[in-house]
Design a protein around this ligand. Structure first.
Ligand SMILES: Nc1ncnc2c1ncn2[C@@H]1O[C@H](COP(=O)(O)OP(=O)(O)OP(=O)(O)O)[C@@H](O)[C@H]1O
Ligand SMILES: [Mg+2]
Length: 333
């Protein structure tokens, strides 16, 4: 099984709000700690990475947010402008063409152009070579993809284009991007999900669509925000017994027992969904605990990076020693 850290081009996708940015930042941090030079590309509408790392807001040009970890926020408008400037070379021609109101509104409605320019930027970075050393500028590029729906459409665009046109510079670029995203040596698409009914259903569907239609090599399924059991099995039995015997009087003990039972039920519910992920998504799995923190900052992402490190290392061991490597959110803090 391939190791997460062996890939050069990692795409993290999933529904809105499941933790794509958090997981992207944590994978980036883990890889950077191993000495890799990493570029994190946030393609979402609003970037959160600068808040995590306490850096200035991200823009098109990457900034170093941690040692070896660089990040940029790429929006379609700026990506298109950069691309056009690269092709047209002269700012004056660019201004004449692209700052024309009619051209702008025309460009806005070309289906797939936004997605192509975003992927084009990511591809461009993957290809970038340091002129002094002749080596690639980046050891790893992590693409924090727009939410699913978009996420999948976005990866289909290069093939849609090469299916429509068969020559010219756009065809050549779309073919090269397509070659990158289908390359199992360089690329892995990770599916990030919450451990709840709807997100798990959608992730199962997404996996099937990737296998049947998209055919992009898959990496891991990342189960995010997993509750760690608050009680040992004997404590659980004690809570159950006390719950049966204690009167529902609305007093402090009653309310505490209610809270304990609720927490235990959440853990049980998640256990069912985790089993479903195990059964129905044939991919190596990362389990990231839910962190109860007021401010979700660098420290928390750093703990997630540690979890990822340990679980990736554990999954390389022979079968039988795998799985259940998740440390609860409270441990090792
Ligand atoms: N393991 C976790 N424990 C606790 N909170 C989490 C965890 N992972 C993510 N969160 C919180 O969930 C929220 C959404 O996370 P994040 O921004 O990473 O999701 P996203 O998939 O990138 O969202 P979007 O689709 O809006 O880009 C954030 O407020 C984040 O702090
Ligand atoms: Mg995000």
């Amino acid at each position: 099984m391939a190791n997460l850290f062996d890939k050069r081009f990692i795409i993290n996708t999933g529904k809105g709000g499941v933790g794509k940015t958090t997981i992207s930042a944590a994978i980036g941090l883990a890889a950077a700690r191993r000495g890799k030079r990493v570029l994190l590309l946030d393609l979402g509408a609003k970037e959160r990475i600068s808040r995590i790392f306490g850096s200035r807001p991200l823009g098109y040009d990457e900034i170093e947010v941690e040692e070896n970890l660089f990040a940029a926020h790429i929006t379609p408008d700026v990506a298109l402008e950069e691309y056009a400037l690269m092709k047209l070379r002269l700012k004056t021609i660019y201004k004449a063409v692209f700052e024309n109101r009619f051209v702008r509104s025309f460009l806005r409605v070309i289906p797939g152009l936004n997605e192509l320019t975003l992927l084009g930027k990511a591809w461009h970075e993957e290809q970038a070579v340091d002129p002094d050393t002749g080596k690639p500028v980046w050891d790893m590029i992590i693409v924090d993809a727009p939410a699913t729906g978009h996420g999948i459409f976005f990866l289909q665009i290069p093939d849609v284009i090469t299916g429509m046109i068969t020559s010219g510079p756009m065809f050549r670029e779309a073919s090269q991007i397509s070659a990158l995203i289908h390359d199992p040596v360089r690329t892995a698409l990770n599916l990030v999900t919450l451990v709840e009914e709807m997100p798990v259903n959608e992730t199962i569907e997404l996996k099937a669509r990737v296998d049947d239609e998209l055919k992009v090599p898959l990496g891991y399924v990342v189960a995010n925000s997993v509750y760690s059991p608050a009680f040992s099995p004997s404590q659980t039995r004690d809570v159950d017994t006390a719950r049966e015997r204690w009167p529902r009087d609305g007093g402090p003990v009653d309310r505490m027992l209610e809270a304990a039972t609720f927490r235990q039920q959440r853990v049980e519910l998640q256990r069912g969904y985790l089993e479903r992920i195990d059964r129905e998504i044939d991919l190596p799995q990362l389990r990231i605990p839910y962190y109860f923190t007021e401010r979700f900052d660098f420290m928390t992402v750093s703990k997630i990076a540690d979890q990822i490190e340990r679980q990736v290392a554990a999954s390389k061991r022979p079968k039988g020693h795998q799985g259940a490597a998740m440390q609860s959110a409270g441990e090792g803090a």
